[in-house]
Design a binder for this molecule. Sequence first.
Ligand SMILES: C[S@@+](CC[C@H](N)C(=O)[O-])C[C@H]1O[C@@H](n2cnc3c(N)ncnc32)[C@H](O)[C@@H]1O
Length: 411
Amino acid sequence: MATESLADALARTRALLLDPETLVRAVASGRRKGLPVPRVGSREVRRVELRYVDLKAGRHLQLTSFDETQAHTANFATGEEAGGAVDALLGQPFGNWHVDTTTRTHQLRVTKRPEAVVHTTERAEPVAAERGHNREKPRLLAESDPVLAALGIADAHGRIKPTRQAKYRQVEEFLRLLDSSITDALDKGHLRRPTEDEPLRIVDLGCGNAYLTFAAQRYLTHVRGLPVRVTGVDVKQQSADHNAGVAATLGIEADFVVGAIDAAVLPEPPDVVLALHACDTATDDALARAVEWDASLVLAAPCCHHDIASQLRTAATPAPYALLTRHGILRERFADTLTDALRATILRLVGYRVDVVEFVGSEHTPRNTLLRATRTGSRGSEDASRREYDDLVATWAVTPRLAELVGIRGD
Ligand SMILES: C[S@@+](CC[C@H](N)C(=O)[O-])C[C@H]1O[C@@H](n2cnc3c(N)ncnc32)[C@H](O)[C@@H]1O
């Protein structure tokens, strides 16, 4: 891809950021090789999001900066104030700028020299910018987005149905994680950049009624301007029939495969694997398929955890941990934690970087843990991790299903 002068590319980016009519959202992230971590004021930041919001005092540029632990928001009046804030950000050594406007997406990556590689995609149809200001996070899919009505989350007037608020929240939080995970993986070169001919292939394993499949498709193509092709897999024929109907209503191409996660045949191996609330060891099946396919990015929110819980019931509890498993409810919770800790470790052992995060507040669903795994190929501290893993499974006398599936045997 052609490089150009960094100063010229940043000047074009500045003009897009300072247009309060057309900017939808922009994200600055990463840092340039060999330079310090970017700062906002005195704080080091991982990324900064920009959008315009309509306040009582008029339209303002809103900057949300994310450090290691929290988000900080500041608003700047359009004109000189916003110009000053944008210039300060453009002066920081961010490695990437991603700018969504109503008509195009503009991505700028800074090379080592430093020069800029810019990729601009025109949208098939313009999108509207969400300018609402509330204390909540900005919405990624507007309530009036047609995908929400097609999924039955919004009514025909584009308002979220009172009974579907929790689902909308879950979809939004999931998209937020998907968005930042994809940005991070693209920035670090762990995910290939999709093109119209080679779209990002995303599979949703145990997709059910495909809320997240369709929301991801809509958000990534329509708001982020990334070409994607989604496939849903579920054992239920009824889900595939329903989902094919939704795809037809939305006029999009998507594939729905009827079959078990551990056996489903896909036209091509996917880049991204999603598995949200697939039951019990179906999550292990999904993680094992991701490993088999060498998927670049995996987002899995486990559901019920019966397998390790039942192994804990039958094995003798090692000293001095009897109190952890004496009471049924504590044993179940401990089994959840042990299962997901083992899953994360196994994925690390086979070359993934893994975080375990909360993807939606526990008031919305108790099943709110999400494993996020990015394939880096690095097995840096394999020996130490393997020893810790072996100790843990030997101490508790458990055999994780995922270990069997990916061929990791206990000592
Ligand atoms: C709780 S629902 C979650 C649906 C969807 N992922 C969501 O978050 O809205 C679980 C779905 O996984 C499907 N499922 C469970 N085990 C499966 C397996 N082994 N293979 C394929 N589908 C499975 C079920 O049929 C069901 O539709």
